[in-house]
Design a protein around this ligand. Structure first.
Ligand SMILES: [Zn+2]
Length: 377
């Protein structure tokens, strides 16, 4: 490639081409400023990302990053630099955003804001141009601009291309926790344009990390073997209760024919008793032990001498499995909380759960599936 060609292709890459049209007029947007939330803020962020490559998360929250991008736009366009998007700034934004007729991308699924580590994200959105689109690059870049392995480039040579077609190539689930940019770049026979450049985060799998740590450190809650399998069926976490009206919030370490009564229960980890319930169910007791990392093990349907405020040491016997005064089996009903919420563990009005499928557990939002504990026994 000769020098002239290098320069011209470089110019093509940095060239800010015409941006895509929006149907709404400036008059249809409300005045937004720092602290504003909602769809108009999302529109604003989309426009700033497209016009100025602002790299904002399209989350509909007008924070300091959005404010800085607004001020930069206002300064560059001779508007009063107040960071408030009123009629004049909207008009200028809409004008810039809709000028020209080149490459554009229609509304679609390309605004990830927060993805849980290991989870996938599906992309779609139709790129069009009046000229033939020669290449499209869709993918995830680090904050320093380097590409991750989640990037795909195709050479469609058509005037309309839907990024759904590269979706299966983009393995979002392989990204490590961190901050990234989701980028869509397209080149047609006249120029290259960054159509999408949105900041997003991959949130680490807190539960996975917690379980790995617990499995390396905790002691088993019972030593007596011979309990029923609790990995499935009615004794398992999430199983139906009250004819489907609620879900089982714990896992039952459940012995045959009442033989669980008196089986010793041990503290899986050192900590402090933060809750004592004299009658958890059928006259049986329960205690919740909070550990140094904030996580909580709630040992239920037991008989214990411990009370709120008692300190326990890992491996210490803290209780025995009790027998209900209303019949039924003998078991240790075990609940685990990650410690990322506060308040009562039993919470009948809570409908939000951070780490388990949405069901009526009537528990605090940071409850997790305690199945991993079986691997300690
Ligand atoms: Zn239970």
């Amino acid at each position: 490639m000769n020098v002239k060609k290098i320069i011209s292709s470089f110019l093509a890459i940095i060239m800010i081409c015409s941006v895509f049209a929006v149907s709404a007029s400036a008059a249809s947007y409300s005045t937004v400023r720092k602290g504003s939330k909602g769809s108009d803020v999302k529109t604003l962020q989309t426009m700033l990302n497209s016009i100025d490559n602002a790299g904002l998360a399209v989350d509909g929250i007008f924070g300091s990053g959005t404010q800085a991008a607004v001020k930069k736009f206002q300064k560059a366009n001779g508007l009063s630099v107040d960071g408030i998007v009123g009629a004049k700034t909207w008009a200028a934004l809409t004008d810039k955003y809709s000028s020209g007729s080149g490459l554009k991308i229609a509304a679609g699924n390309y605004n990830p804001v927060s993805i849980m580590q290991g989870k996938s994200y599906s992309v779609n959105g139709k790129i069009t141009s009046t000229k033939k689109i020669t290449s499209v690059t869709v993918g995830v870049y680090k904050t320093d601009g380097t590409a991750t392995s989640v990037v795909k480039t195709v050479y469609p040579n058509v005037t309309s291309y839907d990024i759904t077609r590269v979706d299966t190539s983009l393995k979002f689930g392989t990204l490590a926790a961190g901050t990234y940019y989701f980028v869509v770049k397209a080149t047609d026979t006249s120029c290259t344009k960054t159509l999408v450049n949105n900041k997003f985060t991959v949130v680490g799998d807190a539960v996975k990390a917690f379980k790995a740590k617990a499995l390396g450190n905790w002691a088993p809650p019972v030593k007596k073997t011979g309990f029923y399998k609790v990995t499935s069926g009615g004794r398992y976490f999430g199983a139906s209760r009250d004819g489907g009206k609620r879900a089982h919030a714990g896992m039952d370490i459940h012995y045959k024919n009442g033989s669980g009564k008196g089986v010793a229960v041990y503290a899986m980890e050192s900590g402090k008793v933060v809750e004592y319930i004299a009658n958890f169910y059928g006259g049986m007791q329960a205690i919740a032990v909070q550990h140094a990392d904030g996580s909580v093990a709630r040992y239920c349907e037991i008989s214990t001498k411990l009370r709120k405020g008692s300190k326990v040491t890992k491996g210490q016997q803290i209780a025995t499995i009790a027998k209900s005064n209303i019949g039924g089996s003998t078991m240790l009903h075990l609940e685990i909380y990650l410690g990322t919420a506060s308040g009562s563990f039993t919470n009948k009005s809570n409908t939000t759960y951070d780490y388990v499928p949405k069901k009526v557990y009537s528990r605090r939002r940071d409850i997790i599936d305690p199945k991993f504990v079986l691997d300690l026994i």
